[in-house]
Design a protein around this ligand. Structure first.
Ligand code: ZN
Length: 256
């Protein structure tokens, strides 16, 4: 038991490199103000009764989306839903809508829907299928793009991408997207393309923009539609065999 806690905390620190102690509190959610509403679902205490049932429905829909993309569902993350921003911040969730800590998903009050659940779940599912080595070398843009495509979140949708194109909003080219390999490179790009300034845009009545997530979604949406779950699983198998990502991706893209 103790060892699994240590492994979970280690996974947390590897994945985020931040907010480790706050995220670690999710290992004992009921000690920190969450109420269990289903075996793997916790809601911040004080939520109204509909929150629990809405969340159960969202979890079911997200699980279906994961099954559709990956063929089967390997990971069964525990879901923690915050109904206040204070709760989300207390668990290390600043500056995002949802987070995944190993096999624990944390939702902010802005992310209480199946889209954000499926997005974070895809990260957990991807990790569950990769060896440590393959997971370590998985490019961030690919992990995010698959999550975006699976989650169908309107914020990163194809129509948002088309809006960015029509409005001539600066956005990464396909070649540039492939250079966002590490989490640091990804976050730098998110900052460079102004994707972290949406609170200010909203305050000024301007449309929000998400060029980096949408670029990843745009590429992977088409790729997934083309290769389906057999193609995704073939790519994962190649990565687990130690193949270089770009070569494995190319080969999987050529699959019938
Ligand atoms: Zn993500």
């Amino acid at each position: 038991m103790r060892q699994s806690w240590i492994i979970a905390l280690l996974a947390v620190s590897l994945l985020c490199g931040c907010s480790v102690l706050q995220g670690g509190k999710l290992l004992a959610p009921e000690s920190f103000g969450f109420t269990q509403v289903a075996p793997s679902i916790y809601v911040e205490a004080g939520a109204d009764k509909t929150a629990g049932s809405n969340l159960r429905a969202a979890v079911n829909k997200a699980e279906e989306a994961i099954r559709l993309a990956y063929g089967t569902v390997n990971s069964h993350p525990v879901v923690h839903a915050c109904i206040t921003e204070e709760c989300y911040e207390a668990f290390g969730g600043r500056g995002s809508v949802a987070k995944v800590y190993g096999d624990r998903i944390l939702l902010s009050p802005r992310g209480l829907n199946w889209h954000f659940l499926a997005h974070e779940w895809s990260h957990a599912e991807m990790r569950s299928r990769l060896t440590l080595h393959a997971g370590w070398h998985l490019p961030q843009w690919f992990d995010e793009g698959v999550a975006v495509a699976i989650s169908e979140a309107p914020e990163h949708s194809e129509s948002h991408w088309q809006f960015l194109v029509a409005a001539n909003v600066p956005r990464p080219t396909r070649e540039e997207l492939h250079t966002f390999k590490s989490l640091r490179q990804w976050l730098d790009a998110v900052h460079r393309y102004g994707e972290d300034k949406n609170v200010q845009r909203k305050a000024k009545g301007e449309p929000e923009i998400r060029p980096v997530y949408s670029a990843a979604g745009h590429e992977l949406r088409h790729w997934l539609a083309e290769v389906g779950s057999p193609g995704l699983l073939a790519l994962i198998a190649r990565l687990n065999d130690g193949e270089d990502f770009e070569s494995a991706y190319q080969k999987s893209s050529q699959q019938p």
